[in-house]
Design a protein around this ligand. Structure first.
Ligand SMILES: [Fe+2]
Ligand SMILES: [Fe+2]
Length: 252
């Protein structure tokens, strides 16, 4: 259950909330969750106590840390927080267009840059890091192909259908749920890459291009997490609710 936002230093997040709910209410927690590799987008729908148990973390401590961040006056990531708050106020049609104009465009740019630089470091650093870089090259190629096909499906099939059918049928909902499954697959590949690179830890002999590749890949993943969060936890639930004729205005 979500407690109301409170400007005083009080517990606003509890162990029964999911990380997706936490981010929806307190987007300023995203950098903390990223630092600790806590999944708030694809696997963010379990209660915090359950997630913490699975990861061997202290749930009470986790909630305490999240509350500290939720209660802090906003510094640093103001743009990201404002972006999510702005997004949550959009209609379903506006959200669909917004995601394509922002995340799809930006992530395509990043993916092309990474493909180019990853290929360069594979060649230059093959003698000392061939095994890791070959695996990374392979996993990344898989992720890029999956995401390109996923974006094409959203842009050419599912999103136009959502525009066309503002009140979804059971089949429309099933189609959108397929996108959520694809998000989970992308999330699994991202986790594999994070593990393989030890969360983008550079080797001692890394060159500037190696560093650029890791930094750009990390930026891509951080954007994908927000992108998937917006679709899985804001846009799609909003669309599913339209089935029962409950528009945003009737819940306000
Ligand atoms: Fe998308
Ligand atoms: Fe998507």
């Amino acid at each position: 259950m979500i407690n109301k936002k409170n400007s005083l230093n009080k517990e606003v997040i509890n162990e029964k909330m999911t990380l997706a709910e936490v981010v929806k209410e307190y987007p300023q927690t995203i950098p903390f969750l990223n630092d600790f590799h806590l999944d708030y987008c694809c696997g963010g729908h379990e209660a915090i106590d359950k997630t913490a148990k699975e990861l061997g973390l202290d749930a009470k401590q986790l909630v305490e840390n999240l509350n500290k961040i939720a209660n802090k006056p906003m510094i640093g990531d103001v743009d990201r927080v404002k972006d999510i708050e702005r997004f949550e106020k959009l209609s379903v049609d506006e959200m669909i267009d917004d995601i394509q104009e922002t995340h799809h465009v930006y992530e395509r740019e990043l993916m092309d840059k990474i493909e180019d630089s990853l290929n360069k470091i594979l060649l230059v650093h093959y003698p000392h890091h061939g095994q890791e870089l070959t695996k990374l090259h392979h996993l990344y190629a898989q992720l890029k192909a999956d995401l390109e096909e996923h974006f094409a499906k959203e842009e050419r099939l599912t999103f136009p259908l959502m525009h066309k059918n503002p009140i979804p049928s059971v089949d429309d909902i099933k189609r959108v749920q397929q996108l959520e499954e694809e998000h989970s697959k992308a999330g699994d590949l991202i986790k594999e890459i994070q593990e393989l690179t030890n969360n983008f830890t550079l080797p001692d002999d890394a060159c500037r291009t190696y560093q650029y590749t890791f930094e750009t890949m990390e930026a891509l993943f951080n954007d994908i997490f927000i992108h998937i969060f917006k679709e899985n936890s804001v846009l799609f639930p909003e669309y599913y609710e339209m089935k029962d004729g409950c528009k945003k205005s009737c819940r306000a």
